[in-house]
Design a binder for this molecule. Structure first.
Ligand SMILES: Nc1nc2c(ncn2[C@@H]2O[C@H](COP(=O)(O)OP(=O)(O)O)[C@@H](O)[C@H]2O)c(=O)[nH]1
Ligand SMILES: [Mg+2]
Length: 396
């Protein structure tokens, strides 16, 4: 019999770990709260044979091993299974109970919440339909619906205002005042396209005398072409950072420019080049303000990973791109709130320079609501998110 302890943040995750490693036949021997969450001790395989029963067992004849190994066991089925049947039955019952408890636990806390605080629960459901993560939902609802009789529409409006206010935004049009900005983020997030939109808008408003583009992307063949084409169309300089000419030198050459937009390479975050790029930006300190570019249509976890990976010392804000391609926006809103960087712009299409707007919490939340109307509401998922959040709150 193998025995092992499993530690996870919550009961359901711990049970899943047990099931993944030991399979459905695992038996939970004990559970307790530990600082990291829950510790389950689980065992797998049957324990040593049950103690001999009163009926004497037939011992195989030492003298006839071959006959024994080929012989049919003619013991009646019930008798053959007899030594283990009690244990098997208990194991089955325990498994059924365990599944029941896990399921009940999830449903119970959600059902209890629904029956005790129906107005809050209705709000919880509506917030989840936006795609918001459970932590943001709980945070919004904390102390939100004071009276169960409160007008539901008013309460909803209040929550949406609260949510909009949680999205930090830049003070106006970030690049309009000029400066040197580097755009960082994963490949395909929309860095080059967004630079194109911002540069084209700037040229339309201010002419092309004091704006330049820079690319740090000397890692990929043909990486500069997009930016070069753009600079030709706008008739503005486009400089390339290379081993011979570092970013500091390039910026010095462009010191007459009021606005410099720096494109970077979306590299594998584990590659040494990725570190080098971040270090090159960090080395310039306040001379370069960095902007994270995040795509609203990417997977929730991928966005969080990008937020963590693309961090430089002087981060001025972030841009949420491709909101036109997102099926729901609550995930992005949650990520923006968790990331804490002010939203500089949002983009919603490929058109240059049209599809870009200054970051606005209310507008973004409004879009999230419009998308939520199309989203189905899955009660099981809601119950699960609720239970997980409740557990976290209890163990915090
Ligand atoms: N639908 C949509 N597509 C976008 C948006 N921004 C960029 N794209 C497209 O996404 C792709 C990758 O963009 P690109 O700027 O090359 O990303 P980069 O690798 O970060 O420089 C291109 O096909 C862009 O046209 C947007 O807001 N909406
Ligand atoms: Mg690019």
């Amino acid at each position: 019999m193998a025995m092992k302890s499993f530690i996870a943040a919550d009961m359901r995750t711990a049970l899943r770990l047990v099931r993944e490693e030991f399979g459905e036949d695992a038996v939970i021997l004990s559970n307790k709260r530990v600082p990291q969450g829950i510790e389950l001790v689980a065992a797998t395989e049957m324990p040593p044979a049950a103690p001999p029963r009163s009926e004497p067992q037939q011992q195989p004849e030492m003298s006839a091993p071959q006959a024994e190994s080929f012989a049919f066991d003619e013991t009646p089925r019930e008798r053959r299974a007899a030594p283990d049947s009690g244990w098997l039955q208990m194991q089955q019952e325990m498994r059924a109970m365990r599944e029941l408890i896990a399921q009940q636990y999830t449903n119970f806390s959600w059902q209890q919440y629904r029956s005790q605080q129906p107005a809050q629960a209705a709000m919880w459901r509506r917030l989840q339909r936006l795609g918001l993560d459970a932590a943001v939902t709980r945070d919004l609802l904390d102390g939100a619906v004071q009276s169960e009789e409160a007008n539901a529409n008013e309460a909803w409006q209040g929550l949406m205002n609260k949510l909009s206010a949680r999205v930090a935004v830049c003070d106006g049009d970030l690049i309009a005042q000029g400066g040197t900005f580097a755009f960082i983020g994963p490949t395909g997030a929309g860095k080059t396209t967004t630079i194109g939109k911002l540069a084209a808008r700037y040229v339309l408003d201010n002419g092309n005398a004091d704006i330049a583009l820079v690319t740090m992307d000397s890692y990929r063949i043909g990486a500069h072409e997009q930016l070069r084409t753009l600079s030709r169309i706008l008739n503005i300089p486009c400089k390339i950072v290379s081993a011979q000419r570092d970013l500091g030198a390039v910026l010095y050459e462009l010191r007459h420019c009021k606005l410099i937009l720096i494109d970077s390479a979306g590299l594998n975050t584990k590659a040494p080049e990725f570190r080098q790029q971040v270090e090159a930006l960090d080395a310039l300190g306040d001379r370069v303000r960095c902007i994270q570019v995040l795509a609203a249509n990417c997977q929730h976890q991928a966005m969080r990973a990008a937020q963590r990976a693309y961090r430089t010392g002087n981060l001025a804000g972030c841009i949420l791109t491709k909101i036109d391609e997102a099926g729901s926006l609550g995930e992005s809103v949650s990520a923006l709130i968790a990331g804490g960087l002010p939203l500089a712009y949002t983009t919603d299409g490929q058109a240059i320079p049209g599809d870009i707007a200054v970051g606005n919490g209310k507008a973004l939340v409004g879009k999230a609501i419009a998308l939520a109307k199309q989203n189905e509401c899955n009660e099981d998922e809601i119950a699960q998110a609720f239970a997980t959040q409740r557990e976290k709150a209890l163990s915090a």
